[in-house]
Design a binder for this molecule. Sequence first.
Ligand code: PGA
Length: 249
Amino acid sequence: MNDRRPVIAGNWKMNGVAASLAELDALVSGLGAQPSETDVVICPPATLIARAAMRAAGSAVRIGGQDCHAEPGGAHTGDISAEMLRDAGAAFVILGHSERRTDHHETDAEIRAKALAARQAGLVAIICIGETLAQREAGDTLPIIAGQIAGSVPADARASDFVLAYEPVWAIGTGKTPTLAEIEAAHGFIRGELERRIGVDARATRLLYGGSVKPTNAAEILALPDVDGALVGGASLKAADFLPIIRAV
Ligand code: PGA
């Protein structure tokens, strides 16, 4: 047992229009009025954040962004600042997701700068790390995630500022997952690295697993001692899939 508050975060990615907020409504009503023991977060596309925050107000569901810019404002066409996310009603922001690391060539240093901006704006950053299949097959998983931690978690981070999501790139959207032993080993390693390299209170830091989490595998993954929640993509789009994952905590 530990006293870390679990986090179940849903990443809608580039999916969702106004009508999709019916799924958020179904999630809110499915969770009911009970105060939740879990931080339940939905990260819709930026166009829906303000509306989602209004619809979720007063419920157990918090809203998050999927990225933010490192600067507080200025000439950055198409970008969104952390303060803007906060102003729109977000409480969390995903940073350094592998799709952004790949599609937008985001570096660890940029992700760290974004994490500082998120903290400044009062958002909890969900910082993502994880190895590719080639890196895993080369036996480089642990050095890769150690390097991502050292590079993308701010040196003075506190456990309350951020959540770390371990997402093996090859497990995202593929239906494949590491074994339970591999997930637990990676999370134990990550806790050690956070303490050693960042000096953060790793026993208080929440570590999420992400990559093909579904209602069918959530309970066994979430039962692992070093797993404090999940970052869920595909299975967060429908309340009927996401609710059983939240209930599996
Ligand atoms: P998935 O995505 O659950 O669809 O595998 C996870 C993620 O990208 O965060």
